[in-house]
Ligand binder design. Sequence first.
Ligand code: HEC
Length: 180
Amino acid sequence: MKTSLRNRIGSRSPFSSLESARRNALGRNRWVAILGGALALAPLASFSQDVKQGEQLYTMNCAACHQPTGTGIPAVYPPLAGAPQATGGSKRAVAIVLNGLQGPITVNGAQYNGPMQPWKAILSDDKIAAILTYVRQAWGNKGTPVTAEQVKAARAEYAQRTSPLTDADLAAIPDEDIKP
Ligand code: HEC
């Protein structure tokens, strides 16, 4: 009763036009928000598709050693979850996957001394990009996505290389992303 009375007074009050202006502005803002959301979602849609494909490829090619949730196996297979070699600058991560890696290496204070095979003859630029994009954002990782063009550029850079990288090779690679 009280509310309806206030509403009736409200609709006749000198503030009612102010009120409707405010509501219009709200409506406009809502459309701006929806449009903005749609624009923000457009690149996200293709990104998450890459991530989905990357997850499948990771399961097929990497999970046997690095495990489905990237934990690795203590003293045998290093983790990819929270590992600086995987989640830091993409230059190192891409170089490792293309060329393979030969121990000893240290990951988060723990030593590993196994060989990881090179993948350059097995996985395309697209596939390496999808796998690393997935690895670099899964399990709490916060690495940047990797594009096929970036893998292509790195592949050309390492075209002559036939041996796996060593820890010293890794240290010589700047810890930065491959330029787009
Ligand atoms: C047969 C087991 C095996 C498979 C399969 C494998 N790795 Fe590895 N990976 C290793 C081992 C062992 C090391 C450590 C090598 C060393 O000691 O130098 C390693 C190291 C790494 C590293 C650097 C260290 C770290 O923990 O960040 C990255 C990145 C990596 N692997 C990514 C991948 C990705 C991506 C795939 C799938 C395309 C993959 N690996 C498949 C065994 C494997």
